[in-house]
Design a protein around this ligand. Structure first.
Ligand code: MOS
Length: 711
């Protein structure tokens, strides 16, 4: 590396020569890795704060009703307890659109587990004991908490998330379906799923000189700041939200959640710093969960397996206080072509916490249903399921009627089939057996939108030749910080060692949340523009200089050609012929996701997503007790998730894909695509192994109990 460069850069050429310009695409461990493994990385409730106090949230014990009395005497008499906040005494919040976060403001209870009080004490233990001593009386009414396909409250929402039409139709599905020689008509069910990031939702809040400082475990502090400003009716500049390190989110921290609001309320009330962290069990409450779904899929094809009619009807739930409409059938609109197509979404308002984002909301449950049905269709048509998908590929988005910027689904299927060794597969179910294990293989397609949002960033050249890039991105464990650093180095044309990245603080230039697989696309866009602008400035005025960029206009004017990442998931399972136990032999995914900035962190994202898909297929299931209107399994002893021992082999690959229409870094995003299609590939493999088609997840032993007698 030349020691000219940047800081004293006299010309663009000098800057350009200084760096090799190939940081993007190189494997690199996370920049903050050493801090994390040595325990010096600080999370939301680990910042030392003088005079800190502790909050403990009290959940409602009834599902639906009103609080008639709050007796705080015993709690207040308990050692260390400073205050008990409830609707009768809590500071007021603006009754805006944030109804779900309008906490401790009214006696109404909308779901079991809704936070109805907060105890503040000088220690965590004292707060917890105080919470136990708060007595709350309720008038409870009847409730409805179970999703059914004939619920009288089912309705068609105006739109589904984020802003898709609820229903679409093209051609004449009914006629197309009736006329076809090959048909499947199947219904799939998925249960409620709960996000369980390693770090729970947690906040430290303090009010200081009229300013609110919050350390919050969140996927985006700009958005948390905006929500707090609205609720507390404050100018956004008077709030600072910091999230330097975040221990996972998966969607559940994509928006301000109850703990940050409760901590800020409590801190104002007691006029001291307050720390509030949810317990593991409380993560099964009001922070959001993936809605259960009921999905009917009808597919029709000609005898060559070419789809002629596709219909996907999806049912999901929301709460009584906020409409959250999972876009379950949206995946089906753009994945495979057919002349006759229809998709519908119906929703019902239940007395439950509001569902929320969980990795690949919509696409994940939707792909489970569609990619399972495609497997059933392939069997009905007698065509290999890889080949059937290839035959139904389309260069034009069936929904938008315009060509995709790039696709490569077929490339993923072919490359996956080659690496996995699909070619010699005997299509007959129960055709492979090894001792007491029945062995089967399955495949599924995968796709996820490649979106970007407006962002801002600054780049500064320092007199010592170093550079500082500032952007309020959030690294929730994905490697975002490292990816931005690599992109910035290449945009500046300097070795990455000369670049420092600052993220995770709402005082930095505003940037969108780490969500929707659009973090790297959105942030790198603003970073590249800021770095380019800095290089221009340096030509005229060497020395310390800063350049700013805001991509609002550029991203907003993006030509709207449909853009998606694609993938193909291959799975081999073995099923115990006596017990029905399903074990994963191997899982292999091939993805087309644009440019891959950092192979190390990209691979982690993909295999993490695939592992979550396996977890969805075999383990995860929120079990609701209708009488109490709440999930009975609300810890990691009873809510099962896939662990390391369940994943004997997982491999993720990607195609070398260049798509210049996307964004300056050429990335499509890969936080979510790894989970899309995986559960279908597992279920398809289980069917191939056993001949049993399980259409309601998870694939538990009891659903395969007949395997042995079929032998
Ligand atoms: Mo992700 S579910 O968009 O945070």
């Amino acid at each position: 590396m030349s020691d000219d460069a940047a800081g004293r850069a006299g010309s663009d050429d000098t800057v350009g020569r200084a760096g090799s310009g190939d940081a993007v695409g190189r494997a690199h461990p996370r920049l903050e890795g050493p801090e994390k493994v040595t325990g010096t990385a600080r999370y939301a409730v680990e910042y030392p704060v003088d005079g800190v106090t502790y909050g403990w949230a009290v959940p409602s014990a009834v599902v639906r009703g009103r609080i008639t009395r709050v007796d705080t005497a015993a709690a207040l008499a308990s050692p260390g307890v400073l205050a008990v906040l409830h609707h009768g005494n809590a500071p007021r919040l603006a009754p805006g659109p944030e109804r779900e976060l309008w906490l401790l403001q009214e006696p109404a209870v909308h779901y079991r587990g809704q936070y109805v009080a907060v105890v503040v004490a000088t220690s965590l233990e004292a707060a917890r004991e105080g919470a136990r001593l708060v007595r709350i009386d309720y008038d409870a009414g009847p409730h409805s908490t179970v999703l059914t396909d004939d619920h009288p409250g089912l309705y068609k929402p105006d739109h589904v998330n984020p802003s898709y039409p609820a229903d679409t139709a093209e051609g004449d599905f009914d006629a197309g379906y009736a006329a076809a020689p090959v048909r499947v008509d199947t219904t799939y069910r998925t249960p409620a799923y709960h996000n369980n990031p390693m770090e729970p939702h947690a906040t430290t809040a303090h009010w200081h000189d009229g300013r609110l400082l919050v350390h919050d475990s969140t996927q985006g502090t700009s958005s948390v700041r905006a929500t707090l400003a609205e609720l507390f009716e404050l100018p956004p500049e008077s709030i600072r939200v910091v999230a330097e390190h975040v221990g996972g989110g998966f969607g559940s921290k994509g928006y301000a959640k109850a703990p940050v609001v409760l901590a800020a309320l409590a801190a104002r009330h007691v006029d001291r710093p307050v720390r509030l962290a949810l317990t593991r069990q409380q993560l099964f409450g009001p922070i959001g969960y993936r809605t259960p779904t009921i999905q009917r899929v009808r597919l029709a094809a000609d005898t060559d397996g070419r789809l002629t009619a596709i219909c996907h009807d999806a049912i999901s739930q929301t709460s009584t206080i906020r409409e959250f409409a999972e876009q379950t059938a949206v995946y089906t609109r753009s994945m495979y072509a057919a002349p006759h197509r229809r998709t519908t979404h119906r929703l019902v308002r239940l007395d439950v916490p509001t569902p929320f984002w969980m990795r690949a909301p919509g696409e994940c449950p939707g792909a489970y249903a569609l990619e399972s049905a495609v497997d059933e269709l392939a069997i009905a048509a007698g065509i290999d399921p890889v080949e059937l998908r290839v035959r139904n590929d389309t260069a034009v988005d069936p929904d938008q009627g315009r060509p995709f910027t790039s696709r490569n689904l077929v490339g993923c299927l072919r490359e996956g089939a080659r690496r996995f060794g699909w070619a010699d597969r005997n299509p007959s179910p129960r055709s492979r057996r090894d001792g007491r294990w029945l062995i089967g293989t399955g495949v599924a397609g995968s796709s996820y939108p490649a979106r970007a949002r407006p962002s801002s960033a600054t780049a500064t050249a320092r007199p010592d030749g170093g550079f500082l890039v500032r952007i309020n991105a959030t690294d929730i464990g994905t490697g975002a910080r490292t990816a931005i650093w690599q992109v910035a180095a290449d945009a500046l044309g300097v070795p990455p060692e000369r670049v420092e990245i600052r993220i995770g603080d709402s005082d930095l230039p505003t940037a969108p949340v780490a969500g929707g697989s659009m973090g790297t696309a959105s942030w790198s866009w603003a970073v590249v523009r800021a770095c380019q602008s800095l290089r221009e400035k340096l030509r005229d005025s060497p020395g310390e200089v800063t350049a700013e960029a805001d991509t609002t206009d550029e991203v907003g004017n993006q030509p709207a050609r449909p853009r998606y990442a694609y993938g193909a998931q291959f799975v081999e399972v073995r099923v115990d012929v006596d017990t029905g136990e399903v074990r994963l032999n191997r899982m292999l995914g091939v993805f087309a996701a644009g440019r891959v900035v950092n192979p190390t962190t990209a691979r982690s994202q993909l295999i993490g997503g695939m592992t979550m898909g396996l977890s969805m297929a075999l383990h995860e299931e929120g079990l609701l007790d209708e009488r109490y209107g709440d999930w009975v399994n609300h810890d990691l002893a009873t809510y099962h998730i896939t662990g390391c021992a369940d994943v004997e082999s997982v491999e993720a690959y990607w195609l070398d894909e260049q798509d210049d229409e996307l964004n300056p870094a050429g990335v499509k995003g890969l936080g979510e695509i790894g989970i899309v299609g995986t559960a279908a590939a597992v279920a398809n493999a289980v069917h191939h192994a056993t001949g049993v088609r399980v259409r309601d997840l998870p694939i538990r032993l009891d659903k395969l109990i007949g395997v042995s007698s079929l032998a």
